[in-house]
Write a protein that binds this ligand. Structure first.
Ligand SMILES: Nc1ncnc2c1ncn2[C@@H]1O[C@H](COP(=O)(O)OP(=O)(O)O)[C@@H](O)[C@H]1O
Ligand SMILES: [Mg+2]
Length: 250
């Protein structure tokens, strides 16, 4: 199952990604985690050793220059990336993690040559057979092309019970629809009570596929820099139910 997670900054994408990754791992699945956030910290919340020392591929200027064969305005559209996983993949137990970093949107001033390398890498990773994938992204889906989007089985948009996060979620929904993606689900996070949940449901006009409650355990673990998945068994259970819910939709 290939899951991409998006939503407004700070809504809990990385947190929910971590629980999903651990839940899949606990179900005996082969999991490939991809961190495509501009400030990646999936390694830290998953408790990878030397997490702060992992350099995102997006920051490896020399490598990107070499692979894109950039020369003035010209660059390779199909750069060589097939050896990169072996070189840069992190592993903890059975969980594999690739820290890609920020893939920028096209347009004025875009780092098109670098993006061609990063996109190729992301597309190659997403095509990996017999592995479950959890892709932790930045807010939107605009940096993903149609081809990339088409390989994702479920786009999860994380929301919290406040208007800003719901407005962003609706924008993402619109963009995803424009890209031809119709397997989008909302996940409610940091919900304290029924009133919070009702607000989310009334704003979205539909039920979220999963609900993660506001958790003191998560808060404490984050403050103490402890791995999240072990800190909140209830959250892990919610993630497992989420996986089962998504499977039923397939
Ligand atoms: N359900 C939750 N209960 C308590 N704290 C949470 C919960 N979800 C996320 N957080 C906290 O909110 C902050 C932002 O979460 P994070 O996953 O980094 O968001 P994002 O990846 O969307 O930017 C973190 O400090 C995280 O520990
Ligand atoms: Mg994040």
């Amino acid at each position: 199952m290939k899951i991409a997670i998006s939503g407004k900054g700070g809504v809990g994408k990385t947190t929910i990604s971590a629980f999903l990754i651990k839940a899949l791992d606990g179900m005996g699945r082969k999991v490939l985690a991809i961190d495509a956030d501009p400030s990646p910290h999936l390694a830290r919340v998953l408790g990878f050793e030397n997490a702060s020392g992992i350099r995102p591929i997006a920051e490896m200027q020399e490598l990107l220059q070499e692979r894109s064969e950039r020369n003035g305005p010209f660059y390779k559209l199909n750069p060589k990336v097939d050896d990169l996983p072996e070189k840069f993949m992190q592993q903890k137990g059975n969980i594999r993690l690739m820290v890609v970093g920020a893939i920028q949107q096209g347009g004025a001033g875009c780092a098109c040559a670098d993006n061609a390398v990063l996109r190729s890498l992301l597309n190659m990773l997403l095509l990996s057979p017999d592995e479950d994938i959890v892709l932790d992204m930045e807010a939107g889906v605009e940096h993903l092309g149609r081809g990339t989007i088409a390989t994702v089985d479920h786009l999860l948009v994380v929301v919290q019970p406040y208007r800003g996060s719901l407005e962003t979620a609706k924008k993402i929904q619109k963009l995803a629809e424009d890209l031809g993606l119709n397997h989008l689900e909302f996940v409610a996070n940091n919900v304290s009570d029924e009133e919070d949940l009702q607000f989310i449901v009334s704003e979205l006009g539909r039920q979220p596929v999963a609900v993660f409650y506001a958790s003191k355990d998560v808060q404490r673990a984050e403050r103490a820099s402890r791995p999240l998945p072990e800190a909140c068994p209830k959250c892990l259970e919610a993630a497992r139910e989420l996986v089962e819910g998504l499977e039923k939709k397939e």
